[in-house]
Every structure is written in structure tokens, then in C-alpha cells.
Design a protein around this ligand. Structure first.
Ligand code: FES
Length: 158
């Protein structure tokens, strides 16, 4: 099978939290995220895919969690509730499909179920333009300020 990946694309990085502890788990046990990261590291990965372990992705209640990224031009994703015993093959398939894109966007039906159903966040590439915003539609800062009775609505004039 021909390698159809965009060879000029930035490397794909799978960042796994190695410190999450599922509720009720033995605090001395090896953390599932570490197991997942080490299994990914030992798996057959598409060329250039990097695995790294970190301490906390701020998705602590969704253990195991990982971040899938691939440079400034790709969408990136955070997935959670991953199980190193049951989701490894799906994660590998999802990482492989992602690495074959130049923009990080894998069509919905081509994503493994675990990536379809357990996404916590998707972050657009930094090159994606903003939706249209107008400062005029935001409430004025005074309306969002502290409205307690001790705070005068208008600053005193001396
Ligand atoms: S400890 Fe794993 S996401 Fe916070």
C-alpha cells in the first residue's frame, strides 16, 4: 500500500497524561495513562509519530486522557475516558488516520468510535481565521463588574 501522507506536514505528537488516577483506584498502582503511553510507544506507529508522557492535561476526571496534535496547520484534539486494555487498537487506528492528513481533520465516519464518542475538545489550527466578532455586541465592562451595594455605580468625583 502506498504511503499517501503529506511528507511536508509537521510530525504528529500523541501526548498522554501519565498521572491520572481513576476514582477508587489503588494509589500505588501504575497509572493507566502510563500503561497507555508505554503501549503506544511499543506499538507499530506511522513514521514520524511521537509519543510523550506528561503530568496532567487538566482533564483529570476523564482518565486516561491524551492530546493529539500535529503542528500549526492541523486541528488538535483531547480525548478522555480511554482504557489501555480495550482502546489501544482504536487509538492506533485514529492516530494513523490523523497522521495521513495535512489539516488533522479525519472525516467523521473514518474516525474510530472512541475518537467519535470520547472527544473532550478540538482546537482549530492557529491559522484558522476567527468568526466575525464585534466589540459592540459585548456588554460594556461596567455591566459585568461587581454590582454589590458597596460598589458605587459611578466613581465618586472629588
Ligand atoms: S492528572 Fe491526568 S489530566 Fe490531570
Amino acid at each position: 500500500m502506498a504511503d499517501t501522507r503529506d511528507q511536508s506536514a509537521d510530525p504528529v505528537v500523541v501526548t498522554v497524561c501519565t498521572t491520572c488516577r481513576p476514582e477508587g483506584a489503588d494509589p500505588e498502582a501504575i497509572r493507566p495513562g502510563r500503561i497507555l503511553a508505554e503501549r503506544l510507544l511499543g506499538a507499530e506507529l506511522p513514521e514520524g509519530v511521537q509519543i510523550r508522557g506528561v503530568e496532567c492535561l487538566s482533564a483529570c476526571s476523564r482518565s486516561c486522557a491524551l492530546h493529539l496534535s500535529g503542528g500549526a496547520e492541523r486541528w488538535s484534539y483531547v480525548y478522555g475516558d480511554l482504557d489501555p486494555d480495550t482502546h489501544l487498537d482504536e487509538i492506533l487506528a485514529g492516530v494513523s488516520a490523523y497522521s495521513e492528513t495535512s489539516d488533522g481533520f479525519v472525516p467523521w465516519r473514518q474516525r474510530p468510535v472512541v475518537f467519535r464518542k470520547q472527544s473532550i475538545a478540538r482546537i482549530p489550527p492557529v491559522s484558522m481565521p476567527s468568526v466575525e466578532l464585534t466589540a459592540a455586541s459585548a456588554p460594556p465592562p461596567a455591566a459585568a463588574a461587581d454590582t454589590s451595594p458597596e460598589t458605587p455605580a459611578v466613581p465618586a468625583q472629588d
